[in-house]
Write a protein that binds this ligand. Structure first.
Ligand SMILES: [Zn+2]
Length: 239
């Protein structure tokens, strides 16, 4: 009984680390540790459906968690990336991911409703010539490629594309601007035709050529995640 009470007091049981609902997590006591498949307590969130094993003992202050099932909905993009790989996370790492995931979700929600107050405009010094004094620079993204997309109708291998240029992308209140290795590529918002992202990359469609083009970048660990980048760009494009 003592152990059950202690288990119920742990952060992953008090509130779901994945979706942050409180009072939605139930604990299934583990079977014998000798049983096949381990005997660790399993926690389930009735709100998001996340299922995790909790490795914790009252004698130890530490605990660790491993998710067996996560919710892949867009709003859980960040936490699903982090927690969805089937690894163990110790207390400090799990709480940090959970906090970061909460912040990321709030930012995506805010941005989608037109609120960029969480994002400080960049101060560029010197100001590049292609950015005017009254233009607000929101993002500076490295390693962005401009590619001509292969038409699916005549190339069977998907994802095959021809690189036109690559460099640093500036996202401003007035336009996108790729500072390429070959040349500058100003892209008006009117020529941005759509966007997509997955776990490891984002893509922005560019019109105004004889063939479809796109700005493409891999996820960079020192930059914001693909979902947030695309959400910011979509908000600027649509306003
Ligand atoms: Zn949950």
């Amino acid at each position: 009984m003592m152990a059950d009470h202690w288990l119920a007091s742990l952060p992953p049981v008090q509130g779901c680390l994945f979706c942050h609902s409180e009072g939605a997590v139930s604990v299934e006591a583990g079977r014998s540790r000798l049983a096949r498949g381990g005997g660790l307590p399993v926690i389930r969130c009735s709100h998001c459906g996340a299922v995790a094993e909790l490795d914790a003992l009252p004698e130890r202050a530490e605990w660790r968690i491993r998710y067996r099932k996560v919710n892949q909905a867009d709003r859980y993009y960040y936490v699903a990336q982090q927690f969805g790989g089937g690894e163990w996370f110790d207390r400090a790492a799990a709480l940090q991911i959970s906090t970061n995931g909460y912040v990321q979700r709030q930012r995506v929600r805010q941005t989608a409703t037109g609120d960029l107050s969480w994002l400080a405009p960049l101060t560029l010094d010197p100001l590049p010539l292609f950015i005017s004094q009254n233009e607000v620079t929101w993002l500076e993204l490295r390693g962005v490629t401009l590619a001509r997309l292969a038409s699916q109708t005549w190339i069977l291998r998907s994802g095959q594309s021809e690189i036109i240029d690559s460099g640093k992308l500036y996202v401003t209140s007035l336009k996108l601007h790729l500072l390429g290795q070959r040349r500058d590529w100003p892209i008006a918002w009117a020529d941005v035709s759509g966007s997509s992202y997955d776990a490891g990359a984002w893509q922005i469609g560019v019109e105004g050529g004889d063939q479809p083009r796109a700005l493409i970048a891999q996820r960079a660990s020192n930059e914001m995640d693909p979902q947030l980048i695309v959400t910011v760009i979509e908000h600027l494009r649509q306003r």
